[in-house]
Design a binder for this molecule. Sequence first.
Ligand code: UTP
Length: 252
Amino acid sequence: MTIKVGVIPAAGRGERMLPLTRAMPKEMVIVDGKPFIQYVVEGMVAAGIKTIYIITGWRKHSVLDYFGSGENFGVDISYIVQDEMLGLADAIGRVRKFVDESFVVGLGDDIFWPVSCMKDIVDFHEEKKSSATLSIEEVSSSEVEKYGIVKIDKDYRVIDLVEKPPASKAPSRFAIAGIYVFTPEIFDAIQKTRPGKNNELQLTDSIKLLVDSGKPVYSKKLNGHRITIGSIDELRKANEFFVYMNSKKYPK
Ligand code: UTP
């Protein structure tokens, strides 16, 4: 079945980007001429998504002001409010009332270049007919503690996953990047998830429940670059990335 629904969690407080996020959500910070979250929307549109649910919350009116119904962006956009930051799994669980088919999740603070990255993961999910598909990228051992890390077999099936492990306990150097595809099975797993790190409902714990119950969960290496803006330093790097790409596109 073709995937037509996208979910973008964008309700976080963005505390690592303070003081910028006092006045605006980090997802609306401009990178190379447009709000960061617009790249996520465009990735979804390029993957054939027709309906997007943006999870918003704290100080997020500007997201709605900017996208409205989504008409100008070629997609139908609705908004779901997450009042309290109870974690990524909680944010995604909020779409359950509206979604009874497979869907793709793109984090509001992670983008991918080229735009076709999202479609690659969606196509792979459909080919494998898995319960969940995670995009992954290899990171250095000093970085594993910033990410959810997977243990995979030779066919890239996920055998285990752990959220932000210290380097000594990481099962691999493959980090979950910000694109996921799920069947509605994830909703029951989220319901069974108990608060984990930071007392939040961690999405990696919900995915682990799927893995532990024998459901097929696969990973796919990103065919491109991930650009993230969790911190001011990462925002600077994101801008540098686009300056570099533009200078390659428009040689002087
Ligand atoms: P992050 O943990 O990177 O974002 O979540 P954050 O919570 O805004 O950042 P800090 O730690 O306070 O600096 C990844 C994505 O998931 C969303 C965030 O908005 C971000 O786009 N998110 C996270 C939610 O929508 N709800 C949550 O409860 C947690």
